[in-house]
Design a protein around this ligand. Structure first.
Ligand code: SAM
Length: 222
C-alpha cells in the first residue's frame, strides 16, 4: 500500500453509503426530486464535445454517468473518498456502457493536475464537509479548473419555510451539525466568492421534503 493510500484510510469523512447501502439511490430519487435537479444541473453545465468534466464527491456515480450519456464527447472524471460508493458507481457506468475515470481521493487533495478541467460539478456533497474542508475543497476546485472554467454546485441552502427548516434537521442528524451550519445560514455562495471565484451566481432553488436545494455557478477568472 502506498503512503497516499495509507493517508486516505486514516482520514475520516462523512459517507453516504455505509449508513444507507443500497438504499442511498432510491432515497435520493424519492425524496430529493432527483428527476428535476440532475437534468437541471446538466443543462447548467452547457456541455460540448471535448470538454473535461470533474464530478467531486460523486458517490454512486449517478450524475457522472448521466453527464457521460448526455454528451458522449466529454471526458468525465469522478472523485469520491468512499470505495464502496465507487464500486457501485463503476457497476452503474458498465451497465450504461459509458467510460468514466473513477478516482478514490479526498476532494481537497485529488492528486489531479491543476488547470485540467473545463467544469467542476458537485451535487449533495458540500454539506458533508467541515467548514475548513469546504474551504480547502473550493481551493482545490479552483486549482483544477482551467482559466474560464466553471464550478457548478447543487447543495442545501437556507431553508425557505419553517417546514423546510424542520425537514433539514433530518439531514443534520444524519450528516452532522457542524458540516451543515453554513448551509442553514445560506453562506455557500459567499464562501465560493471568498475562495476567489468570479461571477458567482445563484441560479435558483428547489424545495424538497428535506429543505431547499440551491443551484450555484461560478467561474475561475484568475
Ligand atoms: C450525499 S453523497 C452525494 C453523492 C453524489 N454526488 C450524489 O449526488 O448522489 C456525498 C458523498 O461525498 C463523499 N465524501 C464525503 N466527504 C468527502 C471528501 N472529503 N472527499 C471526497 N468525497 C467525500 C461521500 O463518500 C459520499 O459519497
Amino acid at each position: 500500500m502506498s503512503d497516499q493510500d495509507e493517508k486516505q484510510r486514516e482520514r475520516a469523512f462523512v459517507p453516504a453509503l455505509s449508513r444507507f447501502g443500497a438504499l442511498y439511490d432510491p432515497v435520493v430519487a424519492l425524496t430529493c426530486r432527483e428527476g428535476i435537479f440532475r437534468p437541471r444541473i446538466i443543462e447548467q453545465l452547457n456541455l460540448r464535445p471535448g470538454l473535461r468534466v470533474l464530478d467531486l464527491g460523486c458517490g454512486t456515480g449517478t450524475l457522472a454517468v448521466a453527464i457521460a450519456k448526455a454528451e458522449p464527447g466529454v471526458s468525465v472524471v469522478a472523485v469520491d473518498a468512499d470505495e464502496s460508493a465507487l464500486r457501485r458507481a463503476r457497476r452503474k457506468a458498465e451497465e450504461a456502457g459509458v467510460f468514466i475515470e473513477w478516482v478514490r481521493a479526498f476532494a481537497d487533495e485529488t492528486g489531479l493536475p491543476c488547470e485540467s478541467f473545463d467544469r467542476v460539478v458537485s451535487t449533495l456533497f458540500f454539506h458533508h464537509l467541515s467548514p475548513e474542508d469546504k474551504w480547502k475543497t473550493l481551493e482545490q476546485a479552483r486549482c483544477l479548473l482551467k482559466m474560464g472554467g466553471e464550478l457548478h454546485i447543487l447543495d442545501w441552502g437556507r431553508p425557505t419555510t419553517v417546514l423546510h427548516r424542520l425537514g433539514f434537521l433530518g439531514i443534520q442528524l444524519v450528516d452532522g451539525f457542524e458540516n451543515t451550519q453554513d448551509h442553514v445560514a445560506g453562506n455557500l455562495t459567499s464562501l465560493v466568492r471568498t475562495a476567489g471565484f468570479s461571477d458567482v451566481e445563484s441560479l435558483g432553488s428547489l424545495d424538497t421534503m428535506w429543505g431547499t436545494l440551491d443551484f450555484i455557478k461560478a467561474v475561475r477568472a484568475e
